[in-house]
Design a protein around this ligand. Structure first.
Ligand SMILES: O=c1[nH]cnc2c1ncn2[C@@H]1O[C@H](CO)[C@@H](O)[C@H]1O
Ligand SMILES: [Zn+2]
Length: 359
């Protein structure tokens, strides 16, 4: 039995991705092509390999706010229907190539209207792109519509998410700088979504601490937490390794609230100092409902498989751990229970079983 999973085998495992930004996952060459086609002149270089390295280095900034400035370039070239269709199609292809069988990919429609597209046209273009890119590739891609937390369009975006929920939009999210923009700023949007029986996640506990997580869950009713790493501020670990959970951490664990953890991204924004010290190790040990995600594949030069491989290296995880993360993610997806169960029993468990027992 091979229980130390290697990257090439991990790539073949049927994986699930809940937290991935469409505008954080473009192929470098596509950015260059689209910049030329759409007249965007702000790129730091027009060499694809240099551009790949530039994004990774620029995102390695130690602060969420500086990290987010790199999106000016990706959002800058995603302003036409053709560009959005292409980026979404390539996203589905790249995820399928990495062995992802179910993904929820998010983006903020309000950031793609600068040359005159309506919010509806933006959403339709992205949905068409996902459909084209996932066709025949053994992947299902759902979309989360994000509202930017420093703006004031969350209600509009929430309504958009509800309007498109039966044709590929699985839920809603808020993103952007966290400090100074608490989730309750968008309470009306969250209350509306709850009345509509709709699903949403909230970026919380990444660039700011426990108050943000507390608001996201107890005021806004988030189904999942984007990152949520700072929940460890509410956990005390004694010298012998025993952990004492505060009331909020206990609530998150008891209620099985999914944590969409994105280890490499957290190292870049300074939410964690090293992978070895990343809260995912403790949270997994304490059986929080941890999931493993990419956040921004371009900015972090990553994939689900690479995130898994890094965790295997650092924490010694085996196939059962990777399966556990994957089933956690599938259980936490914003699609119907029957669909989740069918993927877990029909695709994920058999796929992992095959890899686990391969010599
Ligand atoms: O890790 C993150 N934390 C907060 N906001 C983010 C993160 N990654 C990307 N975005 C923001 O979400 C927008 C829509 O996809 C991106 O344009 C970026 O500004
Ligand atoms: Zn994110």
């Amino acid at each position: 039995m091979n229980d130390q999973p290697q990257l090439d085998a991990i790539r073949r495992a049927p994986k699930v991705l809940l937290h991935d930004h469409l505008d954080g996952g473009l192929r470098p060459q596509t950015i260059i092509d689209l910049a030329r086609e759409t007249g965007y002149t702000g790129l730091p270089t027009t060499d694809a390999e240099e551009l790949r390295a530039w994004f990774r280095a620029a995102a390695d900034s130690g602060s969420l706010e500086r990290y987010l400035t790199t999106f000016d370039h990706t959002v800058g070239v995603m302003q036409t229907r053709e560009a959005l269709v292409r980026v979404a199609a390539e996203c589905a292809e790249d995820l399928a190539d990495d062995g992802v069988v179910y993904a929820e990919v998010r983006f903020a429609p309000e950031q793609h209207t600068s040359t005159g597209l309506s919010l509806d046209e933006v959403v339709t273009a992205v949905l068409d792109g996902f459909q084209a890119g996932s066709q025949g590739r053994g992947i299902r891609v759902g979309t989360l519509l994000t509202a930017m937390r420093h703006q004031a369009r969350s209600m509009e975006i929430a309504e958009l998410a509800v309007r498109y929920r039966d044709v590929g939009v699985a839920g809603f999210d808020i993103a952007g700088a966290e400090a100074g923009y608490p989730p309750t700023r968008h309470l009306d949007a969250f209350e509306y979504l709850q009345r509509e029986n709709a699903h949403f996640t909230i970026h919380a506990g990444e660039g700011f601490g426990l108050p943000s997580i507390w608001q996201a869950i107890q005021w806004c009713g988030a189904d999942r937490l984007g990152h949520g790493v700072r929940i460890i501020d509410d956990i005390q670990v004694a010298a012998d390794g025993t952990a004492k959970l505060g009331r909020l951490a206990a609530y998150v664990r008891d209620k099985r609230i999914p944590l969409e953890m994105c280890p490499t991204s957290n190292l870049q924004t300074g939410a964690a100092d090293s992978l070895a010290e990343h809260p995912i190790g403790l949270l997994r040990r304490l059986h929080f409902r941890v999931t493993v995600n990419t956040d921004n594949r371009l900015m972090s030069d990553t994939s689900v498989s690479k995130e898994f491989a890094a965790l295997v290296q650092t924490f010694g995880y085996d196939w059962d751990d990777l399966l556990w993360f994957t089933v956690n993610a599938m259980k936490s997806a914003f699609i119907p229970f029957d669909d989740r169960l069918a993927l877990i029993n029909g695709v994920i468990k058999p796929g992992f079983a095959k890899l686990k027992w391969q010599a």
